[in-house]
Design a protein. Sequence first.
Length: 430
Amino acid sequence: MNTKRYIILSIAIIMMICAPVMAAEKISAGPPDMRVSVAGSDEYYPGDSSAITITIENTATLDFQSQDPSVPAREDRPTTAKNVLVSVESGGAPVQIKTSGQLVGDIVAGRSASATFEIRIAKDAPAGTYTLPVTLTYTYLYYSEDLGDSAVRYYYKDKTETLPLEIVIRPDVRIEVVFLEVQNLNVGTEGYIIATVKNVGHETGSEGTLTLQRVPGSPIIPTDASSFIGEFSPGETVTVTFKASASVNAEESTYPIGILLSYENPEGDKLSTSPITMGVPTGAKIRFEIESPASRLRPGETGIVTVTYHNIGGATAYDAVSRLSAVDPFTSNDDTAYLGDIAPGESAVAKYEVIVKKDATIKTYGLDSEVRYKDALSNSLISDPVKVRIEIAEVSGLMSALTNPVVIILVLFAVLGAGYYLYTQRKKNE
């Protein structure tokens, strides 16, 4: 009887001991197993500024799991990476990482998260495959202690691991301007920009075309902006000539202009280099001033107005022709004059026949005059107008009498009378 009692009591004790354990969840699993990769293309070119999106994947798996249906499942798993912080370094690669570490939250087993970083590839980066160190910092469930009565104590562990991320820097064509010459480019004119360009990259480009590109706000405007150069190998140089004009509103200074190369790589992709900015000097505008003094005319007179034009600009005016704009009280049937080529600092003289109205007011007038000329590239241009001074003077006493109609008639009669007198005297003497 006692033996039976002891057996029942032993069974009850064993059940009491085992009950909490049987109610608990049973899991057999390792820690998180993390992997990183590039989402999308992993290929970049020297000089690229781009965004790289990194996929962080947790590939951990549960080896075994059992659960008493009467007991709620635990919230955390040893395979879950909690509060994942992602950061990227260059690791000696020619890459600048412009974004700091990013928190992507929890990543459970079989799931992934992503983080995007801004990067810049060095302009002179050699082609090749590079490894960027990606550091993951997170917490995971390391151990759980069953306290009984469905109570469990969790122990967490911090972990930092660095994983490799490979990117590929493709060879490319990069240009460098090794010599620049500017000819005949003055404010308001068209001239030549002669550039010697070198391929300092690691790729041979085919079907290459060098192009001038206007910089916003710059007064330098490409007018013949493209030059086909064909195949362009690493280390090769070419010299090309472009045409450009400088706005009439510019000043004598140095202004920016861009140059780039469009080409095909060996795979047949059409690519363009980043524009290179060059400084282009411009000469002074072609301008004229009047050196000659004011011409003096009288009312009712037809006279010659002599004007000396002095080139105070920075370039030669070719085939220059001047024009005088005659306005009331002036008229002219000969208001243009050929001046020829006028170099900077030189002068040329023009003569115009001008008719003054009889009722012209006595004062000094300013008539507009301009010079039409050609630049070095035979473009026809017109100078800013200049003032030609003409002084209308009063007629002197003798001149006034000689121009008076009454006096003219009296003089005429006097001449006729004298002639008649001489004639009659000669007849008497005969």
